[in-house]
Unconditional design. Structure first.
Length: 204
């Protein structure tokens, strides 16, 4: 599993796994000899950060540049916070009649929607289209949910640990949906038009 993951290239801005054959630009965040890949969707943001693109002549950094980057980052953060205020996965009247297991799925979906991984999946979906999604509770003392998001040529698997300081983390990823165990291919969730994860729970 480790060898398979090391073969992947990842965008340094959005953390999305780059598909085989996908073109990416190389940037140096510090202007030195350390280079990272940036996907086509994140080129503008890498430029805003002041990263040096491969092939660009290196020029001395003037004192104003760091201040300009910090001001741009702070302004972007304000807009990002305003744009990403999450809506509830289900309305309150529906939540009150859910079983405990269904409530866990809703809570897991809300945690995923608030995480940076939601942006990664949204970026992949722009290239690959609608994904199939499963949300599977794991048995054990502490409640955990495994979220599997799959296309024919790519899949991501996340684990939600409700009591963790970082409740949503990437568990595994791959390129062939047949690599997944059958228990994780029970497609019982989906993304809405705003690309928010929602378990398939009847609302009436």
């Amino acid at each position: 599993m480790t060898r398979r993951q090391e073969a992947f290239r990842t965008c340094a801005v959005c953390n999305r796994t780059l598909l085989q054959g996908e073109r990416a630009a190389r940037y140096s965040p510090g202007g030195d000899d350390h280079w990272v890949d940036v996907c086509a969707l994140c080129l503008d943001q890498a430029n805003e950060y002041g990263w040096l693109k491969e092939g660009t002549p290196r020029t001395p950094i003037v004192p104003e540049a760091p201040r300009r980057r910090r001001r741009s980052w702070n302004l972007g953060s304000l807009f990002e916070t305003r744009r990403e205020i999450p809506e509830p996965v289900l309305a309150e009247p529906v939540l009150r009649r859910l079983s405990p297991d269904e409530q866990l799925l809703v809570e897991a979906a809300e945690l995923f929607n608030k995480s940076q991984h939601s942006r990664t999946i949204a970026g992949v979906a722009k290239s690959l289209g609608e994904a199939r999604v499963s949300m599977i509770p794991l048995s054990g003392t502490n409640a955990e949910i495994v979220i599997t998001i799959a296309w024919e040529i790519s899949w991501y698997q996340y684990r939600v640990l409700f009591d963790s300081a970082q409740p949503v983390r990437l568990e595994d990823r791959g390129q062939d949906v047949d690599e997944l165990r059958d228990r994780f291919k029970h497609w019982n969730a989906s993304f809405d038009a705003q690309h928010r994860l929602r378990p398939d729970i009847p609302r009436v």
